[in-house]
Design a protein around this ligand. Structure first.
Ligand SMILES: *Cc1c(COP(=O)(O)O)cnc(C)c1O
Length: 368
C-alpha cells in the first residue's frame, strides 16, 4: 500500500503541545533554576520528593536518575543480592529484569493474566521456592497489577513486594495510588511517561528504611562528604528536571483525565470491532500511559495504519524469557507469548484530538 501524502501524519506521542500549554510556567521554572546556580540535590528535588509523596498519599520519596535506577536501588534497599531469585513478568520492559541481574540476583519469569496483562498471582505462587526474595509486579501500560493477591502472597511467604510503577504514575488500586502499596515503588520520569521530565529521571517511594537506604546509595553512600557508610553510586535527579516536574505534577490529574477520556473514546469507537480492548477492572484506575489493543491480524492492521500515515508500536515484541541475555529459556509462558504476538499500541497522549481517534479507529475497523 502506498502512503497518501495529502493526510496529516498522526504520531504515537507528541510532547510538544503540553510544553506549549505550560510554556510560561516551565520557562519560568527553568530560568529560576538557572539563576539559582544550584543544579544537584537542591531545594527543587527536595520539594518534588515531598509533593510526590503527598500526591501518592503515603511513604517517603527519593529522586533518582531514572526509573531503571529506582528499580536497582529498591532491590538493593530491600537486601536483594547474590543467590536470590526475584519473580518478575516476562511481558515488560527489559529493566524490570535486568536490574535484578545488576544486583547479582536472578530473575524468574512468571506469566500474566490475559485481561490486564499484569502478573498472574497463580503463576507467581508456582515459582516461589526457598531462594525467592522478592516479587516485582509491573503496572503495565498504566493498568494496576493485582497487588492485593500479590501482597497477600508476599506476606505469606515472607517476600518483598517491589512495584514497577514506571508506566503508572497516578494509577489506583482500590483507591490507593500504586507505588505506595508494596514495600517500594519505582517511577520513571522518561519524557513520554504519564509524568515526564525533559530528560531522564525517576523516583523511588516506600517506607522510611527503604527510602533512607536509597537516599544514601544514590549519592555515593555518603551523608557527610567523604564519609562512606555504604557502597554507593551516582543516581541523582537533577534540579532542572525536578523544577519541570513540579510544574507538570500540578497538572498531572488533568493529563491523566485527558488520557482516560481518549481511551474511552477509542473504546466506544472500537466496541464492535474484532479487537480486544484494554480492560479496567472496577477496583482500579487505569492511566493509559499506552493504549494497547490486541488483534490476531496485527500485521494487517499495522500496514493499514502506516498507509494512512498513522504511527503504531509493538510493546513488546519479544518475551524476556526468550531473550538471549536471560538465557532464552525454553519454558513456555502462553499468555505472555500470545500477548507478544497480538499487542498493538495506538497513538495516545493528552492533547490527541478527537478527530484523530475517529480516523485511527476507522482504519483499524476496516483492516480487521
Ligand atoms: C520506562 C520503564 C522503566 C525504566 O524507566 P527509565 O526511566 O527509562 O529508566 C522500567 N520499567 C518499565 C515497565 C518501564 O516502562
Amino acid at each position: 500500500m502506498s502512503q497518501r501524502p495529502d493526510v496529516e501524519p498522526i504520531p504515537l506521542v507528541d510532547l510538544r503541545p503540553q510544553y506549549r500549554a505550560l510554556r510560561q510556567e516551565i520557562d519560568e521554572a527553568i530560568r529560576e533554576g538557572l539563576e539559582s546556580g544550584q543544579f544537584i540535590l537542591g531545594p527543587q528535588v527536595a520539594r518534588l520528593e515531598a509533593e510526590v509523596a503527598a500526591y501518592l498519599g503515603g511513604g517517603a520519596a527519593v529522586g533518582v536518575a531514572s526509573g531503571t535506577d529506582a528499580l536497582r536501588l529498591a532491590l538493593e534497599a530491600c537486601g536483594v543480592g547474590a543467590g536470590d531469585e526475584v519473580i518478575v513478568p516476562s511481558f515488560t520492559f527489559v529493566a524490570t529484569a535486568s536490574m535484578v541481574r545488576q544486583v547479582g540476583a536472578s530473575p524468574v519469569f512468571a506469566d500474566i493474566t490475559p485481561d490486564t496483562l499484569t502478573l498472574d498471582p497463580a503463576s507467581v505462587e508456582a515459582r516461589v521456592n526457598p531462594r525467592t526474595r522478592a516479587v516485582v509486579p509491573v503496572h503495565l501500560f498504566g493498568a494496576p497489577a493485582d497487588v492485593d493477591e500479590l501482597g497477600a502472597l508476599c506476606r505469606h511467604h515472607g517476600l518483598h513486594l517491589i512495584e514497577d510503577a514506571a508506566q503508572a504514575f497516578g494509577a489506583e488500586h482500590r483507591g490507593r495510588k500504586v507505588g505506595v502499596i508494596g514495600e517500594a515503588g519505582c517511577f520513571s520520569f522518561f519524557p513520554s511517561k504519564t509524568l515526564g521530565a525533559y530528560g531522564d529521571g525517576g523516583m523511588l517511594v516506600g517506607g522510611p528504611a527503604v527510602v533512607d537506604r536509597a537516599r544514601l546509595v544514590r549519592n555515593h553512600g555518603s551523608r557527610t562528604r567523604y564519609q562512606y557508610e555504604a557502597l554507593g553510586m551516582n543516581s541523582r535527579l537533577d534540579e532542572l528536571q525536578a523544577a519541570v516536574l513540579r510544574v507538570k505534577l500540578r497538572r498531572v490529574e488533568e493529563a491523566i483525565e485527558a488520557r482516560r477520556k481518549r481511551a474511552a473514546l477509542y473504546g466506544q469507537l472500537l466496541a464492535d470491532a474484532p479487537v480486544r480492548l484494554p480492560e479496567e477492572t472496577p477496583e482500579t484506575r487505569h492511566v493509559f500511559s499506552v493504549f494497547t489493543i490486541r488483534t490476531p491480524v496485527r500485521d494487517r492492521v499495522r500496514a493499514a495504519l502506516e498507509a494512512a500515515r498513522i504511527a503504531s508500536a509493538i510493546y513488546y515484541p519479544q518475551p524476556l524469557h526468550h531473550a538471549p541475555i536471560f538465557g532464552g529459556a525454553a519454558e513456555s509462558l502462553p499468555h505472555t507469548e500470545q500477548a507478544c504476538r497480538e499487542v498493538l499500541a495506538l497513538p495516545l497522549y493528552p492533547e490527541l484530538p478527537d478527530g484523530a481517534i475517529e480516523r485511527i479507529t476507522a482504519v483499524v475497523r476496516r483492516a480487521c
